[in-house]
Ligand binder design. Structure first.
Ligand SMILES: [Fe+2]
Length: 203
């Protein structure tokens, strides 16, 4: 299967001033596209995998042939993680979540601000390149970070929100100031989409 990157649902400059247009363009059109291309190249070596979605591959890495397992973990993770990242941000984002996800966050952390601190800390403190995650595990919300392009799908979790903390996500505008980028990222989170993903994950 040729894995393709979904087009952005917004213009490159639509996330300004929180995430700058040049970063969005390079991040989506170059970094993300490269992950999808390299995943496609790896999977092409095994025609029996031609019908597998990237989610199916990541959900059972042990079933992926050993010669392409690392490539699927890195480039497949890179593709799937970025798909979720773009899906859950947008120009009319930010604020506090309503819906079932808002209720679940309040039930788990006592309030949105407490959750925000936990998710920000996971993202900011991830050593080196990686991701901050809000996932559903056994019907419960959990927050953690992952290294490189490791996907929560590979440990059986269902991701509903993610913050990309690779330097390519922020360095042009924020340089080394990852905490400032993470704080700005909250202003573009598309909570109605996160709620949709959460409801699907607990169904
Ligand atoms: Fe990225």
């Amino acid at each position: 299967m040729a894995y393709t990157v979904s087009p952005l649902a917004f213009a490159y400059d639509a996330l300004e001033p929180y995430i700058d247009a040049r970063t969005v363009e390079i991040h989506h059109d170059k970094h993300h596209v490269t992950y999808a291309t390299r995943l496609s190249d790896a999977v092409a070596k095994h025609p029996e995998l031609a019908t597998k979605s990237v989610e199916q591959l990541l959900s059972d890495l042990s079933a992926v042939p050993e010669d392409i397992r690392t490539a699927v973990r890195n480039h497949g993770g890179g593709h799937a993680n970025h798909e979720l990242y773009w899906l859950t941000i947008g120009p009319k984002g930010g604020g506090e979540p309503g819906g079932k996800i808002g209720d679940a966050i309040k039930a788990k952390w006592g309030g949105f601000e407490a959750f925000k601190e936990v998710m920000s800390a996971a993202s900011v403190n991830q050593f080196g390149s990686g991701w901050g995650w809000l996932v559903v595990r056994n019907g419960e919300l959990e927050v953690y970070s992952s290294l490189n392009q490791d996907s929560p799908l590979s440990q059986g979790d269902k991701p509903v929100l993610t913050c990309d903390v690779w330097e390519h996500a922020y360095y042009l505008h924020y340089q080394n100031l990852r905490p400032k980028y993470v704080e700005a990222w909250w202003s573009v989170v598309n909570w109605s989409k996160v709620d949709e993903l959460y409801q699907a994950a607990i169904a």
